[in-house]
Design a binder for this molecule. Sequence first.
Ligand code: DAH
Length: 358
Amino acid sequence: MTALDDLKAKYLTAVADAGDEAALEAVRLEALGKKGEISLKMRELGGMSPEERSTFGAALNVVKDEIDAALRAKKVALGDAALDARLRTEWLDVTLPARPRPVGTIHPVSQVTEELTAIFADMGFAVAEGPQVESDWYNFDALNIPPEHPARQEHDTFFMNRADGDDRPPHVLRTHTSPVQIRAMLDQGAPIRIICPGRVYRMDMDQTHSPMFHQVEGLVIGKDISMANLKWVLEEFFTAFFGKPVKTRFRASHFPFTEPSAEVDIQCSWVDGQLRIGEGDGWMEVLGSGIVHPKVLRAAGVDPDEWQGFAFGMGIDRMAMLKYGIPDLRAFFESDLRWLRHYGFAALNVPELAGGVA
Ligand code: DAH
């Protein structure tokens, strides 16, 4: 039995002396591992007489269990000590103020959409939305663009495929935000005062055109709405948007959905190759507009003998380019991080009229 007592004393001391988890594991292998001393002793039991085996075996098991228990207890103690040591070195002062970490930027299109929404909201306009995949009725017919009308070709429309054998006219990717006028009137009737910002699609691509771009539609229907109201609203908008008085010039034009129709220019000048909005005697075309055609009102369930109003459509991307001096439209949609960091806006810099959206 003294041999076993020695064995036990040897390993309990080794366990007590183990300074870290690796040393403890080495002790465990040496004692209880497959080729450990205790395990080898267990194997010796096979060669003993039955009486010897039962006394020696029982005693050996007790020793084994004691060593095992000591190993486990020490492992827990070492783990606690390691955690304590870590907690002593890795501490955090939770009373320090947080340091803001920038996560991306706001895209100029989002920024300008927010800005113009804020400005029109201040004039009592609500925001209306419609689908980007649109039926040809909303995109064309209801806007007084019948199938044979040349404007259908001019729009370079993307058509959606119908299933084989379905010969209804195909849906289209909306070519302008004007169909939202129809949806909003059918939905809410008159009077109405809305803007509809959103994506539109045309098969066109160069420095100033992208197959997907953004427009904002405006629509006001009431009892005595005239071109004068339109001019006031637009000048009010441009002045708030550019942060200084901006004159507008109306030129007679033609759109199927308005009568009369006008293209609107804003005052600008070029100084040393730099564009200045609201200065000088140059003009730049920025939108289409007019008095909503009676056929359009009728298609949208509004009685043209009772109601009338104006509509306009303007490119949002173009507004962003003009306001923030961005030269190439295609870069808007290339997701180049350097471009986004340069032209993007800080996430917490939310535009609002009181703070000056300009
Ligand atoms: N839908 C026209 C376009 O995409 C823009 C437009 C012109 C909208 C005149 C209007 C409008 O509401 O009255 O080119």
